[in-house]
Design a binder for this molecule. Structure first.
Ligand code: ATP
Ligand code: MG
Length: 400
């Protein structure tokens, strides 16, 4: 059995008035991007207040469903069979055929719901439902009609042709990427930041990412892991522009000139500063991190405050109140966990002090940063001008 199309259901609440157009346009674009990965020529079409995907004659159903259920903004994906309109008698037969294929030996309760998108159809929708219901009862003697609380609803849509569907597959929810601006994700190789990126993309925000790399202290493999993580997130968010900033010289300067118990916090402030410069250049309206209160020394509420002080853009920290276990569960669900736990060093772990300050004072940190005054502008300039840009999308395979 091959379904001819998918009917896409999305949350109506968010899209009153003129927002509807923007919402649907972004939705269609993201669906097309997701389906690019699936073999076959899918056509995404908006018609009469609905979004359909018309499928090629042959395609991989599971892959198509997986791709569509990753697109934010979709609440349900309904696989549809399409029949020619050769009169009501034939439609009743088609509906029972549909039942035989999709729900063979059906013996539960059901109702038929008909919607007439083509108003010129000569029979009223209640009558179509009643006639099709009778035909199903004849063909499935064990089945029973229950119009109030049916186990199965068979929907008939009368358009230029007759569309029949009954399955609803839950989608990713959220809003289509592209409906809520753009933000810059600080993406490390850890568990938390990919989850943070996923959560903000789910609100319709387009994502760019920046990774701070410290060769030779961090390896090419560590960088590749971040590229792979960006790719995994891009299955949901769509393409991600990833900046790889060479952070070694800045880290070495901090290491050389600043108190070692303050290394992490000062380093994090420079990461935020650089991320913000890249963000503003690309018109991102916020930064995103995977920080969570109290998870490590650099994420005490005092540390977060001192880190935040260098930012003028809003910083979104969607996992701020999550326990590690909750973040792990989400990372497993979105498929980033196995890559995140691969054991490659991260630039924070190499320069980390044995006893980092947990309650940094802003004026103390600012004073320590003052020791970098002679060199830091040139180092920042150098880091920015040598930044590598990688366009990451879900079309290339993830390396093992
Ligand atoms: P994660 O699991 O995301 O690596 P973490 O628990 O290791 O987080 P930290 O190392 O304190 O936490 O980093 C906090 C946040 O700072 C990360 O979630 C990420 O957003 C950002 N970050 C840390 N290191 C880097 C890096 N090398 N490049 C880009 N962003 C980074
Ligand atoms: Mg980390």
């Amino acid at each position: 059995m091959t379904f001819h199309a998918f009917l896409i259901k999305y949350a109506e609440i968010a899209i009153k008035g003129k927002n509807r157009y923007v919402f649907e346009q972004a939705l269609v674009k993201q669906m097309e991007l997701a389906l690019d990965n699936v073999e076959g020529d899918f056509r995404v079409v908006r018609e009469q207040g609905r979004v359909y995907v018309y499928c090629p004659d042959e395609y991989d159903y599971e892959e198509a469903v997986t791709a569509l259920t990753r697109v934010f903004g979709i609440v349900y994906v309904c696989p549809v069979m399409i029949y020619e309109d050769n009169g009501l008698e034939q439609t009743c037969q088609d509906v029972t055929d549909y039942m035989r294929q999709v729900h063979p030996d059906y013996n539960g309760t059901f109702k038929v719901y008909t919607r007439r998108a083509r108003k010129s159809y000569p029979v009223g929708s209640m009558d179509v439902s009643a006639r099709a219901g009778e035909a199903i009862l004849d063909a499935f003697p064990q089945a029973r009609v229950d119009v109030h609380d049916p186990e199965l609803t068979i929907s008939i849509e009368i358009r230029d042709r007759i569309y029949v569907y009954s399955r609803t597959i839950r989608g990713a929810g959220g809003m289509p990427v592209g409906t809520n601006g753009k933000a810059m994700l600080l993406l490390s190789g850890g568990i938390d930041s990919p989850v943070a990126g996923y959560m903000i993309a789910k609100r319709g925000v387009e994502i760019e990412a920046v990774y701070f790399h410290a060769p030779p202290y961090t390896s090419e493999r560590a960088k590749q892991k971040v590229v792979d993580l960006a790719r995994l997130v891009s299955r949901f968010s769509g393409p991600i522009r990833l900046y790889v900033v060479n952070f070694t010289d800045i880290q070495l300067a901090i290491y050389e000139k600043c108190p070692h118990d303050e290394l992490t916090i000062i380093m994090r402030r420079y990461m935020m500063r650089i991320a913000e410069i890249l963000a503003k250049k690309d018109r991102c309206l916020g930064l995103i991190t995977g920080e969570s209160i109290g998870q490590v020394a650099s994420q005490t509420i005092q540390s977060l405050a001192v880190t935040n002080e260098v930012c003028t853009l809003p910083v979104f920290r969607p996992v701020i109140g999550f326990d590690k276990q909750e973040i792990v569960e989400l990372s497993r669900r979105i498929g980033t966990f196995d890559t995140s736990i691969l054991p490659y060093e991260d630039c924070c772990t190499i320069f980390v002090a044995k006893h980092p300050v947990t309650k940094p004072l802003l004026n103390v940190i600012q004073k320590s940063e003052g020791k970098l005054a002679d060199v830091i502008d040139a180092l920042m300039e150098q880091a920015l001008s040598s930044t590598e840009v990688i366009e990451v999308s879900n079309t290339a395979p993830v390396q093992p």
